[in-house]
Write a protein that binds this ligand. Structure first.
Ligand SMILES: Cc1cc2nc3c(=O)[nH]c(=O)nc-3n(C[C@H](O)[C@H](O)[C@H](O)COP(=O)(O)OP(=O)(O)OC[C@H]3O[C@@H](n4cnc5c(N)ncnc54)[C@H](O)[C@@H]3O)c2cc1C
Length: 415
């Protein structure tokens, strides 16, 4: 019997367990998955939790229910990955040997990287919404906040779902309007980028929306520290931005097990072949989702497209065939713009977000790079799709792993 070990039962790891259990012969392969938690969080829901749009129960479920029965589930912290010895050490001294390893340990926030960020004011007037605890604490704060300077801030790139902080700013605008107190809140969006988003074409559309909603923008802001005693963030050029309520996206990093194992870069992301998803260093190790160092978005949609391609490549690897460089960096994101509307963007390693229709060329029903109510309903419906189709590896009709180029005004970017 051979062992295929998956590290992390988040979006990517759970999808891989479901795909592979259907494809690998059970008499030859034992699949094992390890995660420190039993609860699976629907992280896109953390955007809605602070605004009381979703409840706590809508963003979490028992993750073990999504792991196929034939897969062994170990709920433990992973202490060390030892690729030279083909084994992994778990908390409590347990060792798991493998023939083939998939790293799907994701990324997490590291507020401790910035001086003063997670000090005494953390979750008092400095909040994140990238964790369940952060999003809940922020919801409680917003329920009673009486207004002032709200600063929505991004520490550094890459971050998962790079549009999420912008969406937060847009939803905050709607939230305070609906509460009849928008005139009491000054919203500022502070980013290290030179525009609202990493992709210039989408940035144009998003910069315009910030202006329309009277959200001030401070760009090229490289934060040095948070002065929590005087409520201001300060960057390396000594630019200061004052806040009463700071909602920040701290540095995003791969899990510390990657650092302990010596297999990551400065941010603990694992060096991965951008087309095949094989580790660049170890041929029987594959990497998927936020844990990779790939130059595409860290997003559930990306993990979904990667999972289809990685499944085929793992089958090829087992048969001794050449791997396909099939992953094109495809990412697909709904961008909430507030007032019950959203934009949809679709791009890959070489094409900027483009105008057109999705998922069916020329028909839609969703329109790319245009605000619409249908896109907003699509974003809300995605929660159902996530729990009932995506995690279980059920194909989503008309949505393909490779970006569909038909019927789009394509623009190529340098990679
Ligand atoms: C606020 C927010 C909004 C988002 N919105 C969107 C969106 O609209 N669309 C979209 O496509 N994506 C969105 N995302 C991003 C998406 O949720 C992630 O990209 C996706 O979950 C990545 O999947 P993953 O499997 O790589 O990592 P995760 O789902 O984070 O899973 C990693 C797993 O590994 C486990 N793990 C890590 N280290 C260890 C260890 N040492 N021991 C044991 N277990 C470990 C963790 O417990 C976790 O369960 C959003 C994310 C956030 C935070």
């Amino acid at each position: 019997m051979k062992n295929l070990l998956i590290l992390g039962a988040g979006t990517a790891g759970t999808m891989m367990a479901n795909h592979l259990t259907k494809k690998l012969p059970k008499q030859e392969w034992q699949i094992t998955i390890v995660d420190q938690h039993e609860t699976h969080y629907y992280q896109p829901g953390f955007l809605f939790l602070p605004f009381d749009i979703y409840t706590e129960d809508q963003v979490k479920k028992d993750g073990t229910k999504f792991i196929p029965k034939s897969v062994e589930y170990i709920q433990k912290k992973i202490e060390l990955i030892q690729p030279e010895a083909n084994c992994v050490q778990l908390e409590g001294g347990e060792q798991v040997n493998y023939d083939l390893l998939i790293i799907a340990t994701g990324s997490t926030i590291a507020p401790e990287e910035i001086e003063g960020m997670d000090g005494p004011m953390w979750h008092k007037n400095i909040f994140d919404f990238y964790t369940y605890e952060g999003a809940k604490a922020l919801r409680d704060k917003l329920r009673e906040w009486e207004g002032g300077k709200l600063v929505v801030h991004v520490t550094e790139m890459p971050i998962k779902c790079p549009v999420a902080p912008l969406e937060f700013a847009f939803l905050a605008d709607s939230y305070f309007k609906n509460k009849g107190m928008r005139d009491k809140v000054e919203i500022t969006y502070v980013t290290p980028l030179d525009g609202a988003f990493t992709k210039p074409r989408a940035a144009k559309a998003l910069d315009y929306l910030l202006e329309e909603k009277d959200i001030k923008e401070v760009t090229s802001f490289n934060i040095e520290r948070v002065d929590y005693e005087n409520n201001k963030i300060i960057d390396y050029a000594d630019v200061e931005v004052e806040y009463d309520l700071l909602v920040t996206v701290p540095t995003n990093m791969g899990d510390s097990v990657i650092e302990r194992s010596g297999i990551g870069d400065d941010l603990n992301f694992v060096s991965t072949n951008k087309g095949s998803l094989q580790s660049k260093e170890y041929e029987n190790v594959f990497v998927i989702g936020d844990a990779t160092n790939l130059p595409t978005s860290k997003a559930g949609s990306v993990a979904h497209f990667e999972a289809e391609i990685l499944t085929e490549n793992i089958l090829r690897y087992i048969k001794g065939e050449q791997l396909e460089e099939a992953f094109d960096g495809h990412a697909n994101c709904f961008v909430e713009t507030g007032n019950g509307k959203a934009l949809l963007i679709d791009f890959n390693y070489v094409h900027e977000p483009v105008e057109g229709t999705f998922p069916i060329p020329g028909i839609g029903p969703l329109r790319l790079l245009k605000e619409s109510k249908a896109n907003h309903l699509g974003k809300l419906a995605f929660r159902w799709v996530y729990w009932n189709m995506l995690l279980k590896g059920v194909p989503i009709p008309f949505v393909s792993a490779k970006m569909n180029e038909k019927g789009k005004k394509l623009e190529t970017v340098n990679t």
